[in-house]
Design a protein around this ligand. Structure first.
Ligand SMILES: Cc1cc2nc3c(=O)[nH]c(=O)nc-3n(C[C@H](O)[C@H](O)[C@H](O)COP(=O)(O)OP(=O)(O)OC[C@H]3O[C@@H](n4cnc5c(N)ncnc54)[C@H](O)[C@@H]3O)c2cc1C
Length: 399
């Protein structure tokens, strides 16, 4: 986007790409369908999705925001539709169509694309980039835009090299974390329900026992912990609570409420009704069948102290209460974010304090710019992360 914009304004532009092909991560995006932006109409609401750092985007969005992005993509041949959660996807052709359309624009404006050319370093002196060093050559330009992405999915080429280049230019890199990522639990029992998708559940994050965040939606168990939309979204915030002010680790837990729309009283009444209905032949396992998905049964029975074949007629009030409290509060201890290989995006990056929000120009280096995921900006899933790329790329290429 930065190269397209700069070249469309008459600048002689080259893209230096270490991979043989461009846009590897773009091709993976939206499971190959490329959810390239979001149609949330309220710009304040849009910006709030990036946490506090979102404010940095007001200026770039005023020049090339989500609405202009949609119009622009239509113009370059990417027809789109709005889907659930205001996600915008190409009507057909998916990520490949988006990439082809971008490459077509590069060709139209004569952008030189240098493939299989890894940048090794920037040569910086007195607040000025002198040249870019690749394996064998030096390249000199009037302006340089670093758009090397973050650290997630390194097999796509985003191995975090750009952070080193930014440091070479004197920039601060805020702490980096995998984000929109599954979470490990200390407990190993989630693997008993690995692959089990839970819908309409609530997950609450407890930091040292205090409720700090909650989300409602879908979640799944994995071999090492938990994943799914609710967990991925909460993973964006976990670093906020991972360390206490004194530097020691916070006790972070998830509490899973399988029945968030039912109060403990209503759930108790329902269980008692079910017991009565099957009086004479009901078993605990059968009772649970109407309350939890079948592929979660093994895990639930493991966590409950009640034998699976216990006749429900003999369940005590305490056992009913314990079952209700398990349905409303399955506790898991967070044991860290899963790996960079599985993170959709990077939290942290080049400090926004050192960048002009209206141009993406470095405040430390006169001819250096940044665009995309390398910036200390990350959004939720829904097209918010690619929107950062379009908006910041556009303004970086405009200056
Ligand atoms: C599986 C997956 C699905 C996603 N789905 C969506 C989605 O649907 N919607 C959404 O909004 N976001 C999505 N994202 C996030 C989004 O794809 C990224 O935020 C976005 O691609 C970042 O773009 P970028 O141009 O900043 O960096 P990248 O796309 O990472 O591109 C950086 C480029 O720089 C190159 N490079 C790196 N170092 C060097 C070097 N030293 N020399 C030369 N070249 C170098 C890399 O090879 C790469 O081609 C998804 C991410 C993943 C991993």
């Amino acid at each position: 986007m930065a190269a397209i914009r700069a070249s469309s304004l008459g600048q002689k532009t080259a893209v230096i790409e270490k991979n043989h092909s461009l846009g590897s991560k773009l091709l993976l995006s939206g499971k190959g369908r490329c959810n390239f932006t979001n149609a949330e109409p309220d710009i304040d609401a849009f910006i709030s999705r990036y946490r506090d750092n979102g404010k940095f985007l007001y200026s770039a969005f005023s020049k090339f925001g989500p609405l202009r992005t949609r119009e622009w993509f239509s113009r370059i041949g990417v027809k789109w539709d709005e889907e659930r959660g205001r996600r915008i996807f190409p009507r057909e052709g998916g990520s490949q169509l988006v990439l082809d359309a971008l490459l077509m624009q590069c060709r139209k404006y004569g952008v030189k694309i240098m493939r299989s050319t890894p940048v090794k370093a920037l040569k910086v002196s007195s607040g000025h980039v002198d040249f870019v060093l690749t394996g064998n050559d030096e390249y000199t330009a009037g302006k340089y835009i670093i758009a090397t992405g973050g650290k997630s999915y390194p097999k796509t080429g985003s191995t975090g090299d750009g952070y080193d280049f930014a440091r070479q230019a004197g920039h601060t890199i805020t702490p980096l974390y995998p984000s929109l990522v599954p979470v490990r639990t200390r407990e190993t029992w989630p693997k008993l329900a690995s692959g089990c998708d839970l819908k309409n559940v609530r997950v609450t994050v407890l930091a040292d026992g205090k409720n700090v965040a909650e989300r409602f939606g879908e979640m799944e168990f994995t071999n090492f912990g938990v994943s799914g939309p609710v967990i991925m979204e909460l993973s964006r915030y976990l670093p906020d609570w991972m360390t206490r002010d004194d530097g020691t680790g916070t006790e972070l837990q998830f509490s899973l409420d399988m029945k968030p729309t039912l109060s403990p009283e209503i759930l108790t009444a329902r269980i008692k009704r079910d017991i009565e209905k099957h009086s004479g032949h009901g078993r605990f396992r059968g009772l649970m069948r109407s309350l939890i998905p079948g592929n979660m049964m093994a895990l639930f029975l493991e966590l409950s102290d009640i034998p699976h074949d216990k006749p429900t007629d003999y369940m005590s009030d305490e056992e009913i209460a314990a079952t209700v409290s398990l349905l409303k509060d399955i506790r898991m201890n967070v044991n860290g974010l899963w790996s960079w290989n599985n993170a959709v995006v990077t939290r942290g990056g080049v400090s926004l304090k050192e960048i002009e929000p209206s141009t993406m120009k470095s405040k430390l280096c006169g001819n250096l710019y940044f665009a995309g995921e390398i910036l200390d900006l990350d959004g939720p899933s829904g097209g918010f992360n690619l929107q950062v790329c379009w908006s910041t790329g556009y303004v970086a290429g405009s200056d």
